[in-house]
Design a protein around this ligand. Structure first.
Ligand code: KG4
Ligand code: ZN
Length: 325
């Protein structure tokens, strides 16, 4: 089965053709990062307008040299995400499906992030414990089956990605902040400062206190004129505290559920220190899976994969648009 995946929930207009949920045949992404960088974060109105500008071109360029008849299903993210941006993808998907008489399914963006792990035939199947850490969410799941996903806990305030983005801004770094902090951390010493570890429930996360502590530290270093020389040290310690919190919860869940397969998903899963820390702290007790770096952040291929493994269907209200074969 070949699925056309469409992702427009935030700042990437991304489309892909994926066979049987795993084999990426073709993909195309128009990234808006450069546009939003000047504002230090995603501006929803601008994001929606850019999706509108590029969505048709993205789909037609993806389908160059492809016969539309080869496509068995269209999958589109309908949430969570920026509503005006989601609408662009959903309308494009419905139109394409209707005009070409192809079945249409909707996909949950978070499930799509989990499915990024199935791309390009990694040998992984549920059950597993999954940590999803993105710009909008930080959640821990027990994935019992492709359509049976139990949420164990989530953040009480900011997501891990948001904490990376806001702290990066504080340090004068570009958006998105995660990769910037990861790069700067390599030049810093993680042990010079001791930002506070979040103290919350077993499967809960919290990053807003840490973010405020980083702000206070930055202010006090600026007053002493020693901020510039310590920027990399703050970045390194901040990254360490976030990764330690994510690692602790993931490994606790893996122990309690006696599940040795652990899986990462979402933009923060691209962080190499996080991957390394999980391996180190687990003392080879777990087998860690994570998507290829390019499939950690938003992309159409993961949507196509979710459209194959865990489609939700548009339900009765939308049956007029969904022409299951
Ligand atoms: O999953 P994603 O593309 O979008 C949402 O669904 O939110 O995640 C984007 C988030 C941003 O906050 C970005 O800073 C973070 O993922 N991110 C990283 C890294 N690459 C992206 N965080 C830490 N380390 C990275 N290497
Ligand atoms: Zn995402």
């Amino acid at each position: 089965m070949i699925v056309l995946g469409i992702e427009t929930s935030c700042d990437e207009t991304s489309v892909a053709l994926v066979e049987n949920g795993t084999n990426v045949l073709k993909e195309l992404t128009f990234s808006q990062i450069k546009t939003h960088q000047q504002f230090g974060g995603v501006v929803p109105e601008i994001a929606a307008r850019e999706h509108l500008t590029y969505i048709d071109e993205a789909i037609w360029r993806l389908l160059e040299n492809w016969d539309i008849k080869d496509i068995d299903r269209v999958a589109v993210v309908n949430g969570p995400g920026l509503v005006s941006s989601l609408l662009v993808g959903v309308v494009a998907a419905k139109t394409f499906s209707w005009c070409n008489d192809i079945e249409l399914v909707n996909v949950n963006h978070l499930k799509a992030h989990i499915c990024a792990n199935f791309l390009n035939s990694q040998d992984i199947q549920p059950p597993f414990i999954c940590l999803l850490a993105s710009g909008g969410h930080t959640q821990l799941f027990y994935v019992e089956g492709y359509t049976k996903i139990q949420i164990l806990g989530e953040t009480l305030d900011d997501s891990a990605g948001e904490a990376f983005d806001k702290t990066a801004r504080l340090l004068g770094l570009n958006y998105p902040g995660g990769p910037e902090i990861e790069k700067l951390s390599l030049k810093g010493n993680k042990d010079i400062f001791k930002l506070p570890k979040p103290k919350v429930g077993k499967y809960e996360f919290s990053f807003s206190g840490l973010k405020t502590a980083a702000l206070r530290l930055t202010q006090s270093l600026k007053e002493k004129n020693s901020f510039e020389e310590n920027k990399a040290n703050i970045a390194a310690n901040f990254q360490e505290v976030v990764c330690q919190s994510l690692t602790d919860k993931l490994l606790t869940a893996s122990k309690e559920f006696s599940e040795s397969k652990v899986v990462l998903a979402g933009g923060v899963a691209a962080n190499k220190r996080l991957r390394q820390m999980i391996q180190e702290n687990s003392e080879n007790r777990v087998k860690l899976f994570a998507p290829e770096i390019k499939y950690c952040t938003d992309n159409g291929a993961m949507v196509a994969s979710a459209g194959y493994f865990c489609p939700e269907g548009f339900g009765n209200d939308f049956s007029v648009y969904s022409r299951a074969k």
